[in-house]
Ligand binder design. Structure first.
Ligand code: ATP
Ligand code: MG
Length: 511
């Protein structure tokens, strides 16, 4: 990690403080206070359509790939114009290309031969100045014929969405009124967020798009009663997309680019593997040349092995797990004697000190834990909102919108928002419960841990994480997370000491 990351905060803090005064209206939604049934859920607390049946994975071994000259992909630092937000921590990306197509890293967005309408949106509306490392390396691979498949791993918050959104927008023929690009995401929140990015970036292009997510609004029209989808780009969750396809409303005939965001989860056994493979197979039946892009910050060995077989002849970008933690996000363990102490830490330390910071996300493991914590905090007079999968879709959308608009400062969430959720102002993440594997709660879910803490520190910003540990089991689980990432986590010496928390925030560069 280079020193220039640390130049962010001093310029950024006044903005955060301004933002706080805007957001300090304590009007957050109160939801999820009731005791909820603990239903068996898929990852992320998302309740999507039930998978129909298991399909076997395509077989075949990965091609022997040729090591790419990563040196040739180095970004010219002299062209670094964005002095405000610095290069995020994705400089340790290892690239492996398949075949002999030469790729040159893009130092500027112009180098990518993007449509002028896209450049206008990037510079004027998004205020982007230059591509991040993952954008510089992956975009030439995505946009250069023969449009090879790509598995791309890069740090949380390093701008992966831009890679596949620019990819989709660039590959669509604007004169063909049919779906040509499809992006699958694990949650409705992420699908909606990605669609918002797509619409912003595609603002001047006149390309049509639609979101395929479960709906429970009264205005909802069942897919069977709808006209066939003609949107040129569809972004959605696998259950709904599959439904649209089975109802013959979403044609796969013209789809020439298929994106999986959070691809490791989309292709994991305990994720959306069956649905994802079925959709991929349906598309490939019609179009053998459909380009498949897999993006995530994490690919554990099992998934990585599997995806390398699914995407046999593709290019690959990977980061070692020991290099995945964001250095700009400082992590702390806080040992608490009991559950009450954990709540005391939230109300006396996190809320108090949070007044001086941006926004906070508190992650909990279960829906009941979310409701219980919400209730206790509200009883103490603190305002916060809570999101989890049992809420109505409309309520979920409203809670996310209020948080994104800065109307709420503190959001309690199950793992529903652990992946992909992008809100620059979040600089404090609390693990009220540690993430553990659903079926083996004594084992940490290291990938989810990384994604959770990656909600802070977006695009090189500073952030802080407090892991609230209670009892030997939590200590053991945290120890496993530390050794998995090869990263020793600092301690807040006393859960009762305001000075200790203040010192932690200072060390993280937030005070
Ligand atoms: N080139 C750029 N210049 C400035 N800001 C950028 C650039 N690219 C992306 N960003 C901003 O960085 C933030 C994080 O981007 P994004 O959500 O795509 O990250 P990600 O890599 O998908 O992270 P995660 O793995 O957590 O999903 C967004 O707010 C986005 O607008
Ligand atoms: Mg993302």
């Amino acid at each position: 990690m280079t020193a220039h990351l640390f130049s962010v905060s001093s310029a950024f803090l006044p903005l955060i403080r301004n933002f706080y005064s805007m957001a300090d209206n304590k009007n957050g939604s109160v939801a999820g206070t009731e005791k909820l049934p603990e239903v068996k859920r898929s990852w992320g607390d998302e309740v999507d359509d039930v998978a129909e049946q298991t399909e076997s994975a395509p077989s075949g071994s990965g091609d022997i790939a040729e090591e790419l000259n990563v040196g040739a992909l180095v970004i010219d630092e002299n062209k670094m114009v964005n002095k405000f937000l610095d290069e995020p921590e994705d400089s340790s990306i290892r690239a492996v290309t398949s075949g002999d197509t030469p790729y040159t890293s893009a130092a500027t967005f112009e180098d990518l031969n993007l449509a002028p309408e896209l450049l206008q949106a990037l510079y004027v509306d998004m205020k982007f100045e230059r591509p991040s490392k993952i954008q510089a390396i992956s975009l030439p691979m995505i946009l250069t014929p023969p449009y090879k498949d790509l598995i791309a791993q890069a740090h949380n918050g390093s701008g992966k969405t831009t890679c596949f959104v620019l990819g989709m927008l660039s590959r669509v023929n604007p004169n063909l009124k049919a779906t040509q690009a499809l992006c699958l995401c694990p949650t409705r929140e992420l699908a909606i967020q990605n669609l918002e990015v797509l619409r912003k970036m595609g603002k001047y292009m006149g390309i049509t798009s639609e979101c395929a997510v479960p709906m429970d609004s009264t205005n909802y029209i069942p897919i069977a009663k709808r006209a066939p989808i003609t949107a040129q780009i569809v972004i959605g969750t696998p259950g709904t997309v599959k439904k649209w396809m089975s109802a013959k409303k979403l044609s796969t005939r013209d789809i020439n680019i298929l994106v999986f965001d959070e691809a490791d989860h989309m292709l994991a056994e305990d994720g959306f593997k069956d649905d994802s493979l079925r959709i991929m197979k349906d598309i490939e039946r019609n179009n053998a040349h459909c380009q498949v892009l897999l993006f995530s910050a994490t690919f554990n060995d099992v998934v990585r092995n599997f995806v390398s077989r699914v995407v046999k002849d593709g290019n690959q970008l990977f980061v070692k797990k020991e290099e995945l933690s964001l250095e700009a996000v400082k992590q702390y363990n806080v040992h608490c004697p009991d559950e009450l102490a954990k709540i005391a830490v939230i109300k006396d330390k996190i809320f108090e000190l949070g007044q001086k910071l941006g926004q906070t996300i508190i992650f909990v493991r279960t829906r009941n834990s979310a409701s219980m914590l919400h209730k206790s905090l509200v009883e103490y007079g603190w305002q916060c909102s809570t999101i989890q999968g049992a809420l109505k879709q409309e309520d979920r959308d409203k809670i996310v919108k209020e948080f994104k608009d800065g109307l709420t400062k503190v959001l309690i969430s199950t793992d529903l928002l652990a992946r992909g959720f992008d809100q620059a102002q979040v600089n404090l993440v609390v693990n009220y419960d540690l993430p553990v594997k659903y079926d083996t709660p004594s084992e940490p879910d290291c990938e989810v841990y990384l994604h959770r803490i990656g909600r802070a520190g977006r695009f090189g910003r500073k952030g802080v994480v407090f892991n609230l540990l209670c009892g030997d089991r939590d200590t053991m689980i945290m120890g496993k997370i530390e050794s998995h990432f090869g990263h020793k986590i600092a301690e807040v010496p006393s859960w009762q000491s305001e000075q200790d928390f203040e010192a932690a925030l200072k060390a993280a560069g937030l005070l």
